[in-house]
Design a protein around this ligand. Structure first.
Ligand code: EAX
Length: 332
């Protein structure tokens, strides 16, 4: 009896295995890998945002998309990653606007120093019509603008001396982003701007190739810049947005529902990132002091604002004042 039934049981269980394998094969084929890159460490506000993106996209798509996060510039600096989006070697990037104006000149307006007075105003402008217009422009330059996220207000650090007025910064060699609006503003301040991709900055500071750099508290914390910089001045000279960008090579091939999942994932990423930026605005300075940085918090911004003023004229001479006026006249 046993012998009679054994082959049948074996056949049945093998059938089950075949079905299971076939299902596994189908879902393995359907799961599409989404490579997401950014330049900051895996403890940074960008990683908090990347985690939220991954969790949301994988949940909404029920596993149809699988997000692989590449932090710490593993896929290159921000300029290289944006180029990667255009040709489809990277799928999603969280980037500052540092090199973005080289691709989408309309975004340069956001890089003007002292444009936004606080987080509330910046977030309001970027979440409204103006922000959407700028995201839409990315479509003309081989990119998909998914959402405006956040890096934070930028402050100056250096290894030479405490900066309280623009005259203290005069003659310093400061790494800037590869952004001509930022570079012009620093030139006006008497600083020698040295543009450089972010993954090279820590070593450049360590080796003394440059004296200083400027970044939000978020980035200074995530990169442990206290190891190579003694002085921080809360100059807040420019708000630094981040953009969540997608590759048209991937996104143009998706249906409306799938595209919607990417939008929702980007929105979740922004929310999580902004929360982390706000948290570090409150807790970050104490942490930097604990790690040995001297922090000047009570900076009079007026002389800095005055020093960088000519950068506005240089900008409007080249790009007009339409976007700038829109931002200035907005209800935010
Ligand atoms: O986007 O290059 C920079 O200084 C940026 O703030 C950094 O890569 C995060």
């Amino acid at each position: 009896m046993t012998n009679t039934f054994a082959p049948r049981r074996l056949a049945m269980s093998m059938g089950g295995i075949t079905v299971a394998l076939a299902m596994l094969g189908a879902s393995a084929q359907a799961a599409q890998t989404v490579n997401l890159g950014h330049t900051l460490s895996d403890t940074s506000h960008y990683s908090v945002g990347a985690d939220a993106f991954k969790e949301t996209l994988e949940r909404l798509s029920d596993g149809e998309f699988k997000v692989v996060e590449h932090a710490s510039g593993a896929l290159g600096g921000e300029r290289a990653m944006i180029e990667g989006l255009q040709i489809g070697t990277v799928d999603v990037v969280i980037t500052s606007t540092g090199p973005l104006g080289n691709f989408v000149p309309e975004t340069y307006v956001l890089d003007l120093p002292f444009l936004f007075k606080d987080y509330e105003q910046a977030r309001c402008v970027l979440d409204g019509d103006i922000g959407q217009q700028l995201l839409d422009k990315m479509g003309n330059h081989g990119l998909v603008g998914l959402a405006w996220s956040e890096n934070g207000f930028r402050h100056m650090t250096n290894s030479k001396q405490a900066i309280e007025a623009p005259s203290d910064a005069k003659g310093l060699k400061v790494r800037t982003m590869e952004n001509k609006v930022h570079m012009e503003a620093f030139k006006q301040m008497g600083v020698h701007p040295t543009p450089m991709a972010f993954p090279e900055v820590f070593t450049a500071l360590q080796q003394g190739t440059v004296d200083g750099q400027e970044n939000p508290i978020t980035v200074i914390v995530a990169t442990k810049f206290w190891e190579v910089q003694d002085h921080l001045s809360l100059t807040g000279h420019v708000y630094s947005p981040a953009a969540v960008l997608g590759s048209p090579v991937l996104l143009d091939g998706l249906n409306e529902e799938q595209r919607g999942w990417f939008q929702e994932a980007a929105a979740a990423s922004v929310e999580a990132t902004r929360e982390e930026v706000s948290r570090l605005e409150t807790d970050g300075v104490a942490l930097l002091r604990e790690n040995g940085m001297t922090v000047k918090t009570d900076i009079d911004k007026a002389p800095f604002q005055e020093a960088v003023k000519p950068a506005y004229k240089i900008y409007t001479d080249q790009y007009g004042s339409e976007m700038l006026d829109l931002i200035r006249d907005s209800d935010c």
